[in-house]
Design a protein around this ligand. Structure first.
Ligand code: NAD
Length: 359
């Protein structure tokens, strides 16, 4: 059955990088029989300019009836002084909440060709391929009560609540186990069970849920140790699953292991595997409109979409292989360029991936 992909380029370089990812999808459709249709929608500052809101009803309606969503990025200087309720970022948060995208997948992959881009020793990170699964709609970022109150002595006290229901933990566990089944079948659950009762329960639910996945090797790690291990020996991990806040911090740390923000895709999934796919970087207003942004994170987001939402692993493998070929050929956008490489523009990089796909 034909799958519908909502294409939301958004703002800044979002327009340029999504155009390259769409080229890749078009080739998979025309040359390899991928059965998809694409429909464009507005989000972010571009949507605000056209309609007065960063998330128009038509965009939400399009995303709800789509099988998958490809997003560029939102935000930019132009909209920074707007009221917070209509800032571009609200469009993104509205999509995540409105579509109940509770599972955030953040791979950290370091292509051996780019090992020198990392701040870590090449042999520690070369060939790194790890997936962080972060719970995205619960935990301390959403828990009630929250706020700042004034005590009787006049001193202010700030407070937030870390709260997870068993069902929230088991559904993120299932996502992590399912992903691990498509990888090396190892899941490390990261918690702080020695101090926080909530994550003690998190660990119990993980163990319970693992009983339904006997092929998976489940381990547990306290978050402080996990942070240390990520920079000491990151290749020991296959899939890490963790809470919203721990995942927020660890996934940025893991991203930086690779040294190149323009290379990393991400996915946010709902309970049925429908997902929104986007690069981890923002709209880069400092380089927007110059045809120099790296489109590979967005192209690799398409690969994740094919693998995790559209059940087209072979097509995803084709994209991954094409990206590898282009890097092997020494083609680099400015952000990953070093002396001796072939410098290419955004559109030339997209063309090179398309050519590698067709070869
Ligand atoms: P950013 O990720 O946009 O840019 C950080 C730096 O990385 C910049 O120097 C930029 O030029 C560079 N960079 C980013 N992507 C690149 C690419 N593909 N190729 C080459 N270089 C790249 O982060 P920022 O500057 O903090 O934020 C800019 C805007 O993006 C803000 O409005 C912010 O709110 C928004 N933002 C949006 C998202 C999103 O849409 N998911 C995420 C983060 C930031």
């Amino acid at each position: 059955m034909t799958k519908l992909i909502a294409v939301l380029p958004g703002d800044g370089i979002g327009q340029e990088i999504v155009a390259e990812a769409v080229k890749v999808l078009e080739v998979l459709k025309s040359d390899f029989g991928l059965d998809i249709e694409m429909e464009n929608g507005l989000v972010g500052g571009t949507a605000y300019d056209a309609t007065g809101t960063p998330l128009p009803d038509e965009t939400m309606e399009l995303c709800k009836r789509s099988d998958s969503i490809l997003l560029g990025a939102v935000g930019g200087y132009k909209w920074e002084s707007l009221d917070i309720a209509v800032r571009p970022e609200k469009g993104l948060l509205g999509l995540r909440a409105g579509l109940d995208l509770f599972a955030n997948l953040r791979p950290a992959i370091l292509y051996p060709q780019l090992a020198s881009a990392s701040t870590l020793n090449a042999e520690v990170v070369s060939g790194l391929d790890l997936m962080i699964v972060r719970e995205l709609t619960g935990g301390i970022y959403f828990g009630q009560p929250r706020g700042v109150r004034t005590l009787e002595n006049g001193e202010r006290e700030g407070y937030n609540t870390l709260v997870y229901k068993e069902s929230e933990v088991s559904r993120i566990a299932k996502v992590a186990f399912d992903i691990a089944m498509k990888r090396d079948k190892r899941v490390c659950s990261v918690d702080k069970a020695n101090v926080l009762e909530c994550t003690e329960m998190w660990r119990e639910v993980m163990i319970e849920e693992a009983k339904g996945h006997p092929e998976i090797e489940l381990s547990h790690m306290y978050v402080d140790n996990a942070a240390m291990q990520l920079v000491r020996a990151p290749k020991q991990f296959d899939v890490m699953v963790t809470t919203n806040m721990f995942g927020d911090i660890l996934s940025d740390c893991a991203a930086m292991l690779t040294g190149s923000i323009g290379m990393l895709p991400s996915a946010s999934l709902d309970a049925n595997g429908k997902g929104m796919y986007e690069p981890i970087h923002g709209s880069a207003p400092d380089i927007a409109g110059q045809n120099i942004a790296n489109p590979l994170a967005t192209i690799l987001s398409v690969s994740m979409m094919l693998r995790y939402s559209l059940d087209q692993s072979e097509m995803a493998d084709k994209i991954d292989a094409a990206v590898n070929t282009v890097l092997d050929d020494g083609k680099r956008t400015a952000d990953i360029y070093t002396d001796g490489d072939i410098k290419v523009s955004t559109s030339e990089m997209g063309d090179a991936v398309v050519a590698a796909l067709k070869a």
